[in-house]
Write a protein that binds this ligand. Structure first.
Ligand code: NAD
Length: 336
């Protein structure tokens, strides 16, 4: 990666979210100009960026600007993409359980929303777009480690919409040479992640002093990347001159069971609470993905990317961030 992102204008959709807010902070610290596209709301909230001092300073200094909007609106997306050098498209509906009950909203946001971004990039001749995929597009893998060539399987409505979005990117790359890279993170964790996700669920219950941990299935295995490393992957993908439509996974090449994560979280928090399985938290049998493990070779080769934060250090940093934010009254409530 020889070039620098400093001085480039980067539109980040999903800036208000968990990964997007870290990507925005990383871009600011690297000297990029950031257009932070956040979901419109009448309070003017920019989500997690509301608590980001570097972002607030960058807005004051004119290094960052806020765009409140909705990726389902093609005209507004087109206007937002104007005059940017790179679009990092992260906005999406992401919860698998909520996709079981509200699949249409996932199609509208994840598929039509991505189409709107692609079309805006094509019309404006934007030099680079990075679309955010997910390891969930593989479903239960036929073999591990998973490479980018592994077949795709829509094992949940969420996964099906992310596959559709990836395929729209492929079609724009092949039909119009749209310079889109598909970045496919495996599970990401860190400060600001929703407590729907397994690591914040476990850590927040332990930090609240629970004697019983309310969880779903402990057997699934995942390849966990700390969010700062994921953000680094986005910056590298923004700069990489790869063929249109290239898919690149971001994962560590190691897999850990939820049970092992629970043990590490007990260690980090010093709470050895018992696990209680709640059936409400268990996914339908055909929909649960038992193991995800990436082959990180392509990210290394094309982006020079490798994770730098260990699982233990990442968990400790996440626990530190969560500690003052834990609400003991709501911590065990199931949140789709
Ligand atoms: N968290 C993970 O482990 C993980 C793993 C792989 C891929 N991803 C992908 O990374 C991206 C970011 O995920 P995240 O974990 O930060 O989730 P998140 O929910 O924190 O962020 C998504 C953001 O998209 C915004 N958004 C939703 N609908 C929108 C709309 N119609 N218009 C504009 N903005 C809208 C939300 O406000 C939210 O801030 C997603 O594309 C997700 O599929 C996440």
């Amino acid at each position: 990666m020889s070039e620098s992102i400093a001085g480039r204008t980067v539109l980040v959709t999903g800036s208000d979210g968990f990964i997007g807010s870290h990507v925005v902070e990383r871009l600011i610290s690297d000297g990029a100009r950031v257009r932070a596209f956040c979901l419109y709301n009448s309070n003017g909230s920019t989500g997690w960026l509301d608590e980001s001092a570097p972002f607030r300073r960058a807005v004051q200094d004119g290094q960052a600007e806020i765009v409140l909007g909705d990726i389902r609106d093609p005209e507004h997306v087109a206007a937002s993409v104007e005059a940017v050098d790179v679009v990092l498209h992260l906005a999406a509906l992401i919860a698998i359980p909520f996709s079981y009950v509200a699949p249409r909203s996932y199609v509208e946001t994840n598929v039509i929303g991505t189409l709107n971004v692609l079309e805006a990039v094509r019309r404006h001749g934007t030099p680079r777009m990075v679309n955010t995929s997910t390891s969930e597009v593989y479903g239960t893998p036929e073999e591990v480690p998973i490479t980018e060539a592994h077949p795709l399987r829509g094992q949940s409505p969420y996964s099906a919409t992310k596959i559709s979005a990836d395929k729209m990117c492929e079609s724009y790359a092949l039909s119009f040479e749209t310079p889109v890279t598909v970045l496919r993170p495996f599970n990401t964790f860190g400060p600001r992640q929703s407590t729907r996700a397994v690591i914040p669920t476990v850590l927040s219950q332990l930090l609240a002093g629970a004697r019983e941990l309310r969880l779903g299935d402990l057997s699934p295995k995942r390849d966990f990347t700390y969010v700062a490393d994921t953000a680094d992957g986005f910056v590298r993908a923004a700069l990489a001159d790869v063929a249109p439509g290239t898919v690149i996974q971001l994962g560590t090449g190691r897999t850990e069971s939820v049970g092992h994560i629970v043990d590490l979280c007990r260690k980090v928090t010093g709470n050895d609470a018992e696990v209680v399985t709640e059936t409400e938290r268990i996914r339908p049998e055909g929909s649960e993905v038992q193991v995800l493990l990436s082959d990180p070779s392509r990210a290394h080769e094309l982006l020079g990317w490798a994770p730098s934060v260990s699982l233990e250090d990442g968990l400790a940093q996440t626990a530190e961030w969560l500690r003052p934010r834990v609400d003991p009254e709501t911590v065990a409530r199931y949140h789709r």
